[in-house]
Design a protein. Sequence first.
Length: 317
Amino acid sequence: MGDQNEEPTVAILMATYNGENYIADQLLSIGWQTYKNWHLYVSDDGSKDSTLAIVQAFSKLNPGKVTILSAREQHSGACGNFFRLIRSVPHSYNFYAFADQDDVWFDDKLETSIKFFLDDQEKECLVVCDCCVVDESLNIIKKSFIHNIKGLDPESAKLSDVIARNWLLGASMVLNKKLFELVSLANNSNKIVMHDFWITLVATALGTVHFVDEPLYCYRQHGENYVGSMSIRITTIPKKAYLAKKALNKKEVQAKYFLEIYGEYLTTDQQDLCSDFAFICQKNKVERVYSILHQKISMGDVLSQGGLIIYVGRRFY
């Protein structure tokens, strides 16, 4: 990576799509980082608004700091767009951060996150931070995202805690080179629920996770992404049940793909867990419920856990 006294390099990966309302705030917050040795990679998913023009203007203000990937021929969705970045960004950086187009970073986000990495970079390592949940106008809704979700501890989580639920946000993540290389082994984003879900699986099963227990950015809530920070209330029960049911089949496909890509690196217990979950729809009702309970597959809160057990106990298809 050059002279050892040089500041480690950071690649920032941002997937964009019709983000003209908020992306300028995010770009400015990246430009204001106290940690300066970063390079921003942007992949646009066919925006019909002025998103790309805003990114290009930011690039002109920061010469040599921004790479915009060639335009996509067809819309692929957030997961496909982020994995396009993962496959395209060179493996020559020390660290890799993910940015959503509508958030706002605190000016010390990169600097604080990078301090949490140990000097020994031989181990795959993920650093995640907390964030403030804010509305469209950046008014605070909740001071903490992580502490609003009961039963979640990123540093002590096991694979059974994360195989059925996606609870770490991509924008909170910084990966070291070893982990990024491992994540990039996946080449079929159609079998992956979301990039941050996949990174969480890989880091939890095969690496180390460090948690920065302080908010380092504003997670902006608007439109469909409001689901990401729903708290447990009676009014959210139908929504949670519906989302759990809809997502389960996708998570099964993802678990099967995870086993296919990383099976040789997993422990026997981890292999058994992935196999049980990946092929759960091929079991009878009793076997499905037994697998969930025996493998201690967790959905976090009581309502979601109960919904998972009830759903797998029903007849499939």
